[in-house]
Design a protein around this ligand. Structure first.
Ligand code: OAD
Length: 231
């Protein structure tokens, strides 16, 4: 069985990380346009760096929850039949034990050099202008895909969607493309589709099946169902 799971901010909510759209469009007190666009970074790099430096530090205070752990268990069951595509920039899937994870919107624990385009594992602040390990310039930025930029690994994701038997979206509002379009792509290629989300999303109507509730409950229950069908 080939399964593609798409995760969004809702899967990390029970770990204590804020989602994007649950607080009137404010994310930790900021409008997304003030911290998540290349224009914002050009206009005020200090504010943007501080925002992501704070988010990176916050990662040290949170842990994977039952939903992340259940997806890691699913990888043990399905091996390379499972691909987790996440819109999240946290590392909670990896810390739960998942290894087949694609971060389509980048990662907090990575830095991108605006001069040489190198990408580097990074767990320190970027606001104090550290130099790039490859080219030596002080042009490192968060390795996070901002609005107007191209998400990572779309070729690989589209290939996986075209081969999937099942597509499952977890904790995502269906408001941001291209991720919000994956359900259509998977369905067109013949996959069954399932949504697991706290509330109905903007794209619930596109799924074959939708279950509402907290990811920490729904995901372990769904993984147990899958395990049952494999016996
Ligand atoms: P959103 O904040 O848009 O949506 C989070 C979804 O999770 C909502 O539909 C909530 O109902 C749901 N939710 C909240 N708590 C939940 C829980 N405990 N269990 C299950 N579901 C829960 O986040 P995303 O859809 O991930 O992009 O946002 C997509 C992209 O928009 C982000 O990756 C980011 C943002 O702007 C970039 O930064 C490029």
């Amino acid at each position: 069985m080939k399964v593609v799971v798409l995760t969004g901010a809702g899967i990390s909510a029970e770990s204590g990380l804020a989602t994007f759209r649950d607080a009137d469009g404010l994310w930790q007190g900021h409008h997304v346009n003030d911290v998540a666009t290349p224009e914002a970074f050009r206009r005020d790099p200090e504010v943007v760096h501080k925002f992501y430096d704070d988010r990176r530090r916050e990662l040290r205070t949170v842990k994977p929850n039952a939903a992340h752990i259940a997806l890691a268990r699913l990888e043990q069951l399905l091996g390379d039949g499972l691909l987790v595509v996440t819109q999240n920039v946290d590392d909670l899937h990896e810390r739960a034990g998942s290894s087949r994870v694609v971060h389509m919107h980048g990662e907090l624990l990575s830095a991108l050099c605006d001069s040489c385009q190198g990408r580097f594992a990074w767990d320190d602040d970027l606001g104090d202008a550290p130099t790039c390990p490859a080219c030596g310039n002080d042009t490192l930025r968060p390795d996070v895909v901002w609005f107007g930029e191209m998400p990572y690994a779309l070729d690989l994701i589209e290939r996986a969607l075209s081969e999937a038997d099942l597509f499952v979206a977890i904790g995502t509002s269906g408001a941001v493309y291209p991720a919000a379009g994956f359900v259509r792509m998977a369905a067109l290629a013949g996959a069954k589709t399932l949504e697991l989300n706290l509330d109905p999303s903007e794209t619930t109507y596109l799924f074959d099946d939708a279950r509402q509730g907290p990811a920490g409950k729904l995901v372990p229950a769904w993984v147990a169902d899958v395990q049952g069908t494999l016996r």
